[in-house]
Design a binder for this molecule. Structure first.
Ligand code: SF4
Length: 237
């Protein structure tokens, strides 16, 4: 961790010396490879901050924003390139509500697009949003122009979705680009079911994926039976 902070500080100093504008983004977490939020092997980026407060949201840890979540977009892009040097199929941007950071999201999308244009095998960009698609079209057409697909609309707890990637059945997967049309968005490594990924650090377990209603509480109960108590959970108030 110390090494990362030192590297980050010197990188910032270098940017300032060069007169390069540093654009920050609020980030909850980033992970690679993610295989449960879109087809193939993907980078997952969870942006921090969401004012929508959907009932039944399992990502309440992404709601509140403070400076501890800030990271330079350039540094995040560097991280994306370093972890996926052997190739990737896509980048999934989730949250939080990504469109609540439109300026930073634009810089991130521009950087991802420049990067993929330099690759012989481009990756796709899929974004989640809890905003209605009509709102996104009217207010953020510039951002949609960088995406290959989007899963919009608020999460509705009482309308669970069938099939992969979507949280509730009011949330469509909309293909936005010609490149997106060439992708098979239904390919999943868990046909007929839902897989979750688990990532641990010293104190936390991250659950990645789109659980069905009640899945997380069932999991918590099973862990408790094994003697593992989760002291705080992102899906509980
Ligand atoms: S489901 Fe998504 S949009 Fe809704 S409150 Fe949770 S993070 Fe925000």
């Amino acid at each position: 961790m110390l090494l990362a902070i030192v590297a980050f500080s010197s990188w910032i100093a270098h940017q300032l010396e060069q007169g390069i504008e540093v654009v920050d983004i609020y980030l909850n977490k980033a992970h690679f490879p993610v295989t449960v939020l879109g087809p193939g092997k993907r980078i997952g980026l969870w942006l921090q901050g969401c004012s929508l407060r959907c009932r039944g949201c399992v990502s309440r840890d992404t709601w509140d924003r403070d400076d501890s979540h800030k990271i330079s977009v350039e540094l995040l892009l560097d991280w994306c390139k370093s972890v996926s040097a052997d190739g990737l199929d896509g980048v999934t941007i989730s949250g939080g509500e990504p469109f609540e950071q439109p300026e930073a999201l634009l810089v991130l999308l521009q950087g991802l697009t420049d990067w993929r244009n330099s690759l012989s095998q481009p990756f796709d960009i899929l974004c989640y949003s809890g905003l209605p698609y009509s709102v996104l079209e009217n207010n953020f057409a510039n951002l949609l122009g960088f995406m290959d697909a989007i899963i919009p609309e608020p999460f509705l707890e009482d309308r669970p979705a069938d099939g992969p990637w979507r949280g509730s059945d009011n949330q469509p997967l909309l293909v936005l680009s010609e490149f997106g049309k060439s992708r098979d968005w239904q390919i999943t490594d868990s046909p007929g079911g839902r897989h979750m990924q688990f990532v641990t650090d010293d104190e936390r377990i991250w659950f990645i994926g789109v659980p069905r209603p009640g899945d997380m509480e069932r999991l918590r109960g099973r862990l408790l039976e094994q003697g593992i108590e989760l002291s705080s959970c992102s899906w509980k108030a």
